[in-house]
Design a binder for this molecule. Structure first.
Ligand code: S3P
Length: 176
């Protein structure tokens, strides 16, 4: 039985808040991939994008995912672009059930409005168009990677964590 959970999904779907709540409910350790990347690089995500570019960021993301993927009893909140390199999901899948969080585009827009500066891919003139374009491109990747999918549009982090726990039990019983 897999002992860890990886949370994937678009920016603003609640991966960090839900991950913390889920880790607490399950008594597992919480990790945030973006924080690991920042620690390793010694700079913030916007600085990495600005100074080194997105390709370098993706390389750092692959390294960080590799370093944490085998961890047991962990809840790992991944960055929204983790699915773009299949190797990340292949590595995470060995020890993690992959849970994808989704939310309506309007909800994503509202949630990400608070932290535009922290998300370089959304620091653009037309944020709604950018979100729609990225979602269109990424949706098949999220769908392919997910073992379990939960829509977070109408729920608080605690509520989503509770639903995930139910769904993980069902997912496990289907496998055995
Ligand atoms: C990204 C999402 C961000 C962060 C980086 C790139 C993406 O994480 O990894 O800005 O490509 O979707 P969050 O999903 O936690 O905002």
């Amino acid at each position: 039985m897999k002992s860890s959970v990886a949370l994937i999904g678009f920016m603003g779907t609640g991966k960090t808040a839900v991950g913390k709540a889920l880790a607490q409910k399950l008594g597992k350790e919480f990790f945030e991939l973006d924080a690991l990347i920042e620690k390793k690089a010694g700079k913030s995500i916007p600085e990495i994008f600005r100074q080194d570019g997105e390709i370098k960021f993706r390389e750092l993301e692959i390294e960080a995912a590799k370093s944490i993927a085998g961890r047991k009893n962990a809840v790992i909140a991944c960055g929204g672009g983790i699915v773009l390199n299949t190797i990340n999901i292949d590595r995470l899948r060995r020890e993690c059930v992959i849970v994808c969080l989704t939310a309506a585009t309007s909800v994503i827009l509202k949630r990400t409005a608070r932290d535009k500066a922290g998300r370089p891919l959304l620091a653009v003139g037309d944020r709604p168009a950018q979100i729609k374009a990225l979602l269109k491109l990424r949706r098949p990747f999220y769908e392919r990677a997910a073992d379990v999918t939960v829509n977070t549009s109408r729920l608080k982090a605690e509520g989503v964590a509770g639903i995930i726990i139910d769904r993980l039990e069902k997912h496990e019983s289907q496998r055995s």
